[in-house]
Design a protein around this ligand. Structure first.
Ligand code: NAD
Length: 493
């Protein structure tokens, strides 16, 4: 059965790049297969564009910028809201496409479509509120102020774990600001990006405003980073690639926003009900099979409730179902590819060899070669890979701690600084730990923390800038200061 036959609107499945409003073949004839990680079957093929075709996308975005920026903010808002409506109307197909190429269970994919669409609506509205300011003048007979202007073309490079929302969180902000965009999605999950392009076209977003380019990642990124006409680069992905892109953008002095890796601590205070906290930790760890920058990678539990917490965690984890995300009642789909499974196994082996205890996790039960059964390790320590590296897999590591000062030190003992969780009802402990944590986002007694109104982003090696919220659009705006002199004096001023 072909992929398009699984969709009620087969035209959402596109196997071309999308440049200047046209579905584009690769001129060099290079193609790459895209696989269903659950079955290993090829879902389709995508072209790899030649260097001059990437430059052509920049030409198209440059030409479209002239007209798109000249629209009134409310006109851009209307187009973006039409796009939002189409995302909602095609939610089921978008979710199916996503599960097929990414592997996450269908209910999670539906949730991501909803989440991704919500950024389009949010930024459609925020585009109407890019206010400048009036500055009380210190210069005689002058009026001073600022206006906000779009930076220009934005290149958006995105990962495979959230194939739709990581694009809309950037693209909607940029487009609402009046920028045109060139999206380079992950090669593992291009079809969600291309479905977004199809719906953008149907929403009346003009040719050249939203482009999707495909190709060898390092080559495409090098061209976009070196292009002087590309004024902003927004990247979500690993810290390793983020560093590389930051360097590549130095020559053209671009605006760079980076949403990079996380290694979230999940801190459980001594006052917590161990069962309640363990169930929350399972939810925070195993979303998207652990392939989530917000995954609770280091679970730090007060020694007085550690053993009970571990029991409840193991019990809850044992109830998780692993399988093809298209089937019903599945909690964890496959990992994205075989290398991810190998990396997860190596992280577990490393921890065990250095003294961690394997409480649960029998890989002989895995339903296919890209699947990894949830693993629970205790006695996890600082010298293990699992402490410092994102496992990006369903591998949970638990460590006991003695007091607040020790847990703060443990939690901050990482190069990452994206998100952290605290579970305790003691307000003084919450305040002390929350203030001391070196993370961009801290969630207290809640697994869910993201959404359009909040500033999403990290500190340390987890990134630069914030997405979403009232400041997310600023990543795509310049502030122009004006001084209107020689105005003459105004009585009463
Ligand atoms: P990745 O860095 O391997 O890839 C991200 C993007 O960069 C993809 O489009 C990929 O094709 C491209 N890329 C890969 N190698 C490149 C190179 N040498 N030069 C230029 N581009 C290159 O990341 P991934 O494996 O797709 O995603 C997982 C990572 O993303 C994790 O580290 C995760 O924490 C991070 N992430 C962060 C957030 C956040 O908001 N902070 C959200 C989701 C994922």
């Amino acid at each position: 059965m072909t992929l398009s036959s699984k969709l009620s609107d087969p035209r959402l499945f596109r196997q071309y790049a999308y440049v200047d409003g046209k579905w584009t073949h690769g001129e060099g004839g290079r193609e790459e297969a895209v696989f269903d990680p659950a079955t290993g079957e090829a879902l389709g093929h995508i072209p790899w564009l030649e260097a001059h075709q990437i430059t052509a996308a920049v030409d198209a975005a440059e030409a479209a910028f002239v007209h798109w920026r000249a629209l009134r903010a409310d006109e851009r808002c209307e187009r973006l809201l039409a796009w939002y409506d189409l995302l909602q109307a095609h939610r089921e197909d978008l979710a199916t496409l996503m599960t097929l190429e990414q592997g996450k269970p269908l209910p999670d994919a539906r949730g991501e479509v909803e989440y991704g669409a919500s950024f389009v609506r949010w930024f459609a509205e925020e585009g109407k509120r890019t206010f400048g300011e009036t500055i009380p003048s210190h210069i005689p007979n002058a009026a001073l102020g600022t206006i906000k202007e779009p930076v220009g073309i934005a290149a958006l490079i995105t990962p495979w774990n959230f194939p739709l929302a990581m694009i809309t969180r950037k693209a909607a902000a940029a487009m609402a600001a009046g920028c045109t965009v060139i999206v380079k999605p992950a090669g593992e999950t291009p079809f969600s990006a291309l479905a977004l392009a199809e719906l953008a076209e149907r929403a009346g977003i003009p040719a050249g405003v939203f482009n999707v380019v495909l190709g060898e990642p390092a080559e495409v990124s090098k061209i976009l980073c070196a292009e002087d006409r590309v004024k902003a680069l927004s990247f979500t992905g690993s810290t390793r690639v983020g560093r590389l892109l930051l360097e590549q953008c130095a020559n053209t002095v671009k605006r760079v926003s980076l949403e990079l890796g996380g290694n979230a601590p999940f801190i459980v205070g001594p006052d917590m009900d161990p069962k309640e906290a363990a169930f929350a930790a399972v939810a925070a760890k195993f979303q998207t099979a652990g392939q989530d920058c917000l995954a609770a990678d280091r679970i730090l539990v007060h020694e007085s409730i550690h053993d009970e917490f571990v029991e409840h965690f193991a019990e809850r984890m044992a109830a998780l179902t692993v399988g093809n995300g298209l089937e019903s009642e599945i909690d964890l789909g496959p990992l994205i590819h075989r290398q991810a499974v190998e990396k997860a196994a190596a992280i577990v082996d490393d921890a065990i060899s250095k003294g961690a205890t394997l409480v649960a996790g029998d890989q002989s039960q895995a339903p296919g070669e890209n699947f990894f059964m949830p693993v629970l390790l205790t006695d996890v320590t600082h010298d293990m890979k699992i402490w410092h590296e994102e496992s990006f897999a369903p591998v949970a590591g638990i460590t006991a701690y003695a007091d607040d000062d020790q847990v703060i030190e443990m939690a901050n003992d990482t190069e990452y600084g994206l998100a952290a969780y605290i579970y305790t009802h003691d307000i003084r402990r919450i305040w002390k730990i929350m203030r001391a944590l070196e993370f961009g986002m801290v969630s207290v007694n809640s697994v869910k923390m993201t959404g359009p109104p909040v500033p999403f982003g990290g500190v340390k090696h987890s990134g630069l800038g914030r997405e979403g919220g009232v400041t997310g659009i600023d990543e795509y705006l310049e502030t122009k200061y004006y001084c209107l002199g020689a105005l003459g004096s105004v009585s009463g001023s």
